[in-house]
Design a protein around this ligand. Sequence first.
Ligand code: GH3
Ligand code: MG
Ligand code: MG
Ligand code: MG
Length: 312
Amino acid sequence: MKILLVEDARSVSALMAARLSVFGYEVLIAENGKIAVELFQKLAPDLVLMDIEMPVMNGFEATNHIRSIEAMQQWAWTPIIFLTASDTVENLVTAIEAGGDDFIPKSVPESVLRAKMKAMVRIANLRRQLSAANRKLDELANLDGLTGLCNRRSMDLRVDLAWHNAVQHEASFGLLMLDIDNFKKFNDCYGHQAGDECLRRFAREIADVIDRMNAKQDKQDAFAARYGGEEFAVILPGVSMESYTNVASTIVEAIPQLAIPHKENAHWGIVTVSIGGVRFDVASGSIATLFRSADERLYLAKNKGRNCAVID
Ligand code: GH3
Ligand code: MG
Ligand code: MG
Ligand code: MG
């Protein structure tokens, strides 16, 4: 376990560091609050022991900084214990009010220091387990179990937000609806397991196309989702006409290039996709209209013979 010891008095920090090392902890030393905040960000300690009176930046200010850094990450929390000159009720209240979790007088007996460290480590470990479990729950609630893309639920939430934002800023907005061609026959021919693997491979390819597009434009706005079954959606907030057309044609071409055999798929003999798309230069009206138009165009693409995109 890594402990960040923040203390300007060399004699105190040397003594404390020696004791903590004997307990088996790795000790990092900062001689003022400013250095402590820097080390905190760089080295992510498991616990902080913080002096109060220090030059450059005092312990309360440094704690404040650390807590605001943690506020930007969900579930982040590192125990901070203040080192005080004396063991008084006022010191305890001030320490907790300042965002600390406890305080220890610098003259603390070794056994008390050891016990307090143990208690804090226990809480920190529980907290870490809790945050991992919460992250897992978030993932389960928002990602499609088979493909790892956004599921329908999280897509709906994200789309609503992105659409609202686009309408407010009179920005452009694009939507592509993707549907794998003759996929029922794929399952009938190769089995459901192979069908699942095909969906996974398909989803990975779509995600790659979107990642490349986001990287090229230096944004993270576009995303793909599993709409349901063998249907997927690609959401393109703020997309230019050129990128919109590009993404659609890239996907239509990329899927056959995966060369997944599908002998029942018309004359191609490999897996293909049909796409219906719509793009607004200036977003307005309801998002439902957007989905309806994309769906109608997807139907047109199927009627045109599949393995193509109808996007205008
Ligand atoms: P079209 O070209 O008109 O889209 O024909 P299609 O056969 O793809 O369309 P249809 O809607 O008739 O069939 C969709 C199939 O997708 C039926 C279903 O078995 C399959 N499917 C849906 N979800 C899953 C899944 O999670 N795993 C597997 N393996 N198959 C799925
Ligand atoms: Mg001091
Ligand atoms: Mg379908
Ligand atoms: Mg289909």
